[in-house]
Design a protein. Structure first.
Length: 320
């Protein structure tokens, strides 16, 4: 698909011999809840900048999993990639976020090539030759990831950042702590004298290595906006204000649906269903879908007629 702005590609099962899903020259599109296998690349973005979200896809048994080529300021999150034999995720772009993905069995779980100012956080990268392969990639932030049983966790440590920008509030070992956080490295053999979950000595350029896997750290949400402290760091939202742009919509809800938490978009109608974003928040409908519960009755019509809307976002279903 070309020039496909605000397009939603979701709930497809794709077995491909070439490219499963491809977007070119597109922005603010969503690729959600697809199952893909086989072929060269499962999901590919080319020359597609600004606000595309690739989320909750299951990708297996292909050459390349997700490929972003010259496609900056996009988000790849909560995807499962298994046996992507050459590369799991390829980023040849700037200012992208790669968050909370599970990548297993690849030559390189993530390749950063000609990439700057990307954020790699909350991912599990395991059983590969390279957890992350850097090729002319600098000033990227890599923290709070699991690097497990890779031949080489990364191919180089210089030129990139391996700890969080800010101190993170978390619970570990039954106690509350606040520290900048690094990554969990399965090859790390240091000690943790004070029990805060942070190793006493660095692992290469990671000065705050995590003793345990990231799942053992409970990250706090200080302002109760639905984004924990690490997510606030990743998305750049205000750690102590639940509504950074003061538009009446909590930051976590805006991030969940791919809205911009830095600008007042409360009166916009992203899905053109006659309901503004702030009304979608109040009614707990999906601002990216005109039929939240997929019952073939538009959200606006159901609200006008007082019908029941009960769902589990972001793929809701009516219960009648």
């Amino acid at each position: 698909m070309q020039y496909s702005n605000k397009t939603i590609v979701s709930n497809n099962s794709v077995i491909s011999e070439n490219i499963g899903i491809s977007l070119e020259y597109s922005s603010s599109s969503r690729v959600y809840y697809n199952t893909l296998s086989g072929g060269t690349s499962s999901i590919e973005l080319r020359y597609s900048n600004n606000g595309n979200v690739i989320k909750n896809n299951d990708i297996r048994d292909c050459l390349y999993g997700i490929n972003l080529y010259m496609s900056s300021k996009n988000i790849i999150s909560h995807n499962i990639l298994v046996n992507t034999s050459a590369r799991g995720i390829i980023i040849s772009s700037t200012k992208c976020i790669v968050y909370a993905n599970y990548i297993d069995l690849s030559s390189a779980n993530i390749l950063l090539e000609d990439s700057q100012l990307c954020i790699i956080v909350g991912n599990t990268l395991q059983h590969s030759t390279y957890g992350i392969d850097f090729n002319n990639a600098y000033n990227n932030s890599i923290f709070f990831n699991n690097f497990i049983s890779n031949t080489y966790h990364v191919n180089q440590f210089t030129g990139n950042i391996f700890v969080s920008n800010e101190s993170i509030s978390y619970t570990y070992g039954g106690n509350d702590w606040s520290n900048r956080t690094g990554n969990h490295w399965s090859k790390y053999s240091g000690n943790d004298t004070n029990g805060d979950g942070i190793g006493d000595v660095p692992y290469q350029n990671d000065t705050m290595p995590l003793i345990d896997k990231i799942e053992q750290y409970i990250i706090h949400d200080i302002d109760n906006d639905g984004l924990n402290d690490i997510e606030e760091d990743v998305f750049g939202t205000n750690l102590t204000n639940m509504d950074t742009d003061l538009d009446g919509i909590p930051d976590g809800w805006e991030v969940l649906y791919g809205l911009n938490p830095f600008e007042d978009n409360s009166l916009e109608d992203w899905d053109s269903d006659g309901i503004t974003n702030i009304q979608e928040y109040i009614y707990n409908t999906d601002p990216t879908s005109s039929d939240t519960d997929f019952d073939r009755m538009p959200d606006y019509w159901e609200i006008q007629h007082g019908l029941c809307l009960l769902y589990t976002s972001p793929s809701p279903r009516d219960r009648g």
